[in-house]
Design a binder for this molecule. Structure first.
Ligand code: UD1
Ligand code: CA
Length: 470
């Protein structure tokens, strides 16, 4: 027997004013639905069915077939959404079912697990995960009868007295699957919003003498959801400081937190300094003793220890230990910068390996290249890797010296210890230890400039005289 998970993700979120399903709105650069699926998977529940609806194809495209989905053609409410998963639930009716809202991203795996333990030990037919909020406006209120719950009342249907209740519904529930299936059939849209409310299952179960309980979380953020852009920004603010707090506890130093956005999965070693304007996203891992920022975007990149990144953007790359990069550098996908390398201002590196202790100090483009160790690049080197149709690789051996303003027309190999003369456009391979010069020789024309100057002076004098006569 394995537990079922149903995640509700059909709503448009009209107030977001977005073309996308609401659950694709991002918190810390990660769509809300993925926060929820990650929490389920981390809790060990992988039998997941997602209810899609508004802009379903956009959601499918994002999910990329990773989960079973069902379509809710019309968005008639949360209860109606769960009805669409009936076939999925009937496959395993003797188990328990977890229902979650895809727009409440902070539900965590520990809460999911311990609420199931509670649900089972209490032998509940339904257990609602709840929390107390200082400002409960907008959420369903938990109506208690001692330790048990008698109903959930939505904001729009609540009496003044019920609106005083601070304990709210997180939108996360454990049901006995058979009880859920029986009750879904009984839902009706007789309420202020004319919707089939999932929350009505609670009083319907209680009416039949079944048992409803609440698992109250100590952490009020688990209930937070976003219904509009203001709410989404609030979630981002909350999550941002929570993630930064976690890194502070692990010994990461933040000079300030302005503009710092760190996705939840990112790992950072102790004694690393994070400066303003640093955005770390995706599967990024930063070692210890690094100095990152100001103003960096580091995405799906691993960075070693004691590395300095100042005004750097890096995507899908690997950066080693004791590397110094920046300012104003872009490292593009499939690049590897090895230990001790130095990449200076206005350099772009794409799909290339840069060897240990190699220095690329200024104004250089290195694309589709394999560069050895201890290579020195002068200012303004360009690998000419694309002929308009095909791309070719450039190979540079260890200890080579590439003169200023060299073009390396690929495919080309510069040998170990080889030199290229400044201003050369190198079109053929250079053997180990050789110097390649591929540029015009200097031609001297003695006195040429003086003659030119004399002519110009004479012309100017003539013009002046003509004017005076008039
Ligand atoms: C719901 C709960 C409320 C709870 C709150 C927690 C109901 C009736 N109310 O309210 O008690 O405090 O969540 O966040 O359940 N959805 C569908 N199809 C639909 C309607 C909604 O898939 O027809 C999805 C939405 O995409 C969303 C989730 O269900 O992910 C919740 O829907 P929403 O309309 O935001 O419910 P709330 O009003 O927030
Ligand atoms: Ca909501």
């Amino acid at each position: 027997m394995s537990e079922n998970v149903v995640i509700l993700a059909g709503g448009q979120g009209k107030r977001m004013k977005s073309e996308l399903p609401k659950v694709l709105c991002k918190v810390l650069e990660k769509p809300m639905i993925t926060w929820v699926t990650d929490a389920c998977e981390n809790a060990g529940f992988e039998n997941i069915c997602i209810v899609k609806g508004y802009a379903a194809e956009k959601l499918e495209e994002y999910l990329g077939g990773r989960f079973e989905t069902v379509l809710q053609k019309e968005q008639l409410g949360t209860g109606h959404a769960v009805m669409q998963a009936e076939e999925f639930l009937k496959k395993d009716p003797d188990s328990d079912t977890l229902v979650l809202c895809g727009d409440a991203p902070f539900i965590d795996s520990a809460t999911i697990r311990s609420s199931l333990d509670f649900h089972r030990s209490e032998e509940n037919d339904v257990t609602i995960v709840t929390a107390e909020l200082a400002d409960p406006v907008g959420y369903g209120r938990i109506i208690r009868n001692g330790n048990e719950v008698s109903a959930i009342v939505e904001q729009k249907d609540a009496t003044d007295e019920q609106l005083e209740v601070k304990e709210v519904n997180s939108g996360c529930y454990w049901f006995k699957t058979s009880s859920l299936l029986e009750t879904l059939d009984k839902l009706s849209p007789q309420n202020a919003q004319g919707e089939y409310y999932l929350t009505d299952c609670i009083y319907l179960l209680v009416e039949q003498g079944k048992k409803a309980g609440a698992y109250k979380s100590e952490n009020p953020s688990i209930v937070l959801g976003a219904n509009d852009r203001r709410g989404l920004l609030k979630l981002n603010d909350t999550a941002r400081m929570e993630v930064i707090g976690k890194h502070l506890d692990r010994g990461v130093e933040f000079t300030c937190t302005d503009g710092v956005i760190i996705s939840p999965e990112v790992e950072i070693g102790s004694s690393t300094i994070i400066r303003q304007g640093v955005i770390l996203r995706g599967e990024t891992v930063i070692g210890s003793g690094c100095d990152i920022g100001p103003n960096c975007i580091i995405e799906n990149t691993s960075v070693g220890n004691n590395t300095i990144l100042n005004n750097v953007q890096s995507y899908d790359a690997e950066i080693g230990n004791n590397v110094k990069i920046g300012p104003f550098v872009q490292i593009r996908p499939d690049s590897r910068i090895n230990d001790g390398a130095k990449i200076g201002d206005f350099v772009e590196i794409k799909n290339s390996t840069i060897g240990e202790k190699t220095s690329v100090a200024h104004l250089t483009y290195i694309g589709d290249s394999d560069v050895g160790a201890n290579v020195n690049f002068g200012c303004g080197v360009v690998t000419v890797n694309y002929d308009g149709e095909n791309k070719f690789r450039t190979e540079i051996g260890d200890n080579a010296f590439i003169g200023c303003n060299t073009n390396l027309v690929s495919p080309v190999r510069i040998g170990n210890e080889a030199y290229t003369a400044a201003g050369s456009t190198i079109t053929g391979n250079v053997p180990d230890g050789a110097l390649a010069i591929e540029r015009g020789k200097t031609v001297i024309k003695d006195g040429y400039a003086y003659k030119k100057l004399k002519k110009r002076t004479e012309k100017f004098e003539k013009e002046k005289q003509n004017k005076n006569i008039k």
